[in-house]
Design a protein. Structure first.
Lengths: 229, 229
């Protein structure tokens, strides 16, 4: 089964790659440069793809940045510190981002005769990002089938194997699969070392801690939040 | 009501502009450069926007062209002649095109606090393009509401007023609204005068004929098909 997986260079989509390979998928990887400050993540996505000898395409959609300019991920405004379960994390929402990316991935899948697209959205994303929820995956699969009737295989799927799974369980799965953690990137701040205090750095540390797995990541700062256990 | 309308410079979306204005919509126009051979249509979209003093944004998504490279509209292959209701017109399908464009328009609408997006898809497009059918509009509206829950107005709509209406009736409506036909562009072939024989030129001529409206368009060639009446 040929599958187009969207990968960011982060923990979750890196585990997704190893997980789908272990299940026998033939993978074609796609990443997006959408003007994010942390585009260093793309070099991490490229590194893992190269290690595994998988085709990897980076799609440049920076032309859309001005359309999406209110998000702190793409504008001049600072990325907020703190936990995702907070009001200020709404500032990191890029409108309709996942739907745009997954729709482009679907076009790529059609052109390359793949029968699925895959995304690593997980249950911890639900609170703040509506386009990471199970209802979104269902609505997207329905849309793609309707929009491309006759051009997609009848069994076309949007795979989101972690949509009901928390990040610490993804981390545990990654440890089973020997995912090279130092070749993954999470920080939203745009530096060359993980800051340790933004929402994604906090999430990354929390996932390792909750999974009981040693975190090899160098961080610039101690977390602003306590160990949740 | 602020509405983001997708306009191509063609007959249908030009009538849509005049129609929505006549209904009191505050319009913000968006067009796409997706690497189409007939990008002359974009200058027509810009001309009508300027005449009406409406904001108009052309979004450059030519980076996606290689993803969509199998369509004759964006590749080196010739655009086929003939009627849309024919097998070879499938060659003009750009995979998932309308879904990608409408999803980008939705992001633009969210950023600009509009409460609707509008598209001029019509009943004559259904046969060959699945992403012009009523089921697509419904699936898209559902997806956008789910994907942007909390970031879109509760009454957000995807307006497709012509989805059940044939092109000749759109033409008749345009005549009522005094749409300047010479400022609209249909031909897919990429020349500077309408070729007269490609699918869209045939459709354009047919619409005027069926509506009983005099067609002021200069064409390079006589139609390859007879008057359908």
């Amino acid at each position: 089964m040929k599958t187009v997986a969207i990968v960011s260079g982060g923990m979750d989509s890196s585990v997704l790659i190893y997980d789908l390979l272990s299940q026998g998928h033939e993978l074609d990887l796609i990443s997006f440069n959408y003007g994010q400050k942390h585009k260093i993540e793309l070099t991490y996505a490229a590194k893992i793809s190269k290690q595994l000898s998988l085709p990897h395409t980076i799609v440049d959609i920076t032309n859309l940045t001005s359309l999406l300019s209110k998000s702190t991920l793409t504008s001049d405004a600072p990325v907020p510190d703190g936990h995702y379960a907070e009001e200020n994390m709404k500032l990191t929402v890029v409108p309709n981002r996942n739907s745009i990316m997954l729709n482009i991935a679907a076009a790529y899948a059609i052109t390359n005769e793949a029968s699925a697209i895959a995304t690593a959205v997980h249950s911890g994303d639900h609170f703040i990002y509506p386009d990471c929820r199970p209802a979104f995956i269902d609505a997207l699969e329905n849309l793609l089938r309707v929009a491309n009737d006759g051009f997609l295989p009848a069994d076309f799927q949007v795979l989101a194997p972690y949509v009901h799974i928390s990040k610490d369980r993804i981390c545990a799965r990654g440890a089973e699969l020997d995912v090279p953690w130092l070749d993954t990137w999470s920080c939203y701040k745009g530096g060359e070392t993980h800051c340790g205090s933004c929402g994604t750095c906090f999430e990354r540390r929390e996932a390792f801690t909750l999974a009981g797995i040693s975190d090899p990541t160098p961080y610039l700062a101690e977390p602003m939040y306590k160990d949740p256990r």
